[in-house]
Design a protein around this ligand. Sequence first.
Ligand SMILES: [Mg+2]
Length: 245
Amino acid sequence: MLHAITFDLDDTLWDNAGVMEFTEHGHYRWLREALAAWREAQGEAALPGIQAHAEGLDDYVARRLRLAREVPERRGDFTWLRLRALEEQLEANGLNRSAALMWAAAAMNEFHRLRLQVTPHPEADPLLARLSQRYRLAAITNGNIHLARQPLAHHFPVAIAAGEILAPKPDPRAFLTALDRLQTRPEHAMHVGDSWEEDILPANALGMRAAWVSDRDDRPLPHRVQRIAHVKELPELLAWLEKRG
Ligand SMILES: [Mg+2]
């Protein structure tokens, strides 16, 4: 008997690649331009290390990767990594500490504003509305979209930012935290997601049902895992499972 369904967000309920690309460049461009204008108003030159977009961005990415290695428990907390990397980069290029903290925080506000511009699959909203009448729903994401402000947030009474609780999927604690808040047990829950390693394997290992959103059919599916090509096929899968009992 299924009581609860947990959903991955990125590339399950919307396509994410375009948004990430646009957000990555967009917030960094905003920082470079806003900071240059602020410095110009004070009669100061633009910061050398971030003046060129591609070089500045490469250095920012390298700092994030290094921080993730140095502080492994934060490796999935992308907001923390970005904020620290920006602070570090701005200070390394000559801003004083308080200005670096302020500008890094402002850039991350812009990041979150852009990151929210995801377009859910058109079927997702009515699908979740219908499912929520029958099942308790949760979102479990490794991404750092603002969970209370994302466009499908109202469907999810429980939403877990797995990286921010320092347990990015496939860590089972992300799933167990969601199930605990939904007041259900793994055997009464299904997880829906696109990643074999981060969604399907850990959910299956916990004893949850799993629906793998993928158009690949080259893998044998373990017991209690089914594949759907798109999340819009989920009602059909649930009806089939129910009929089978
Ligand atoms: Mg995903």
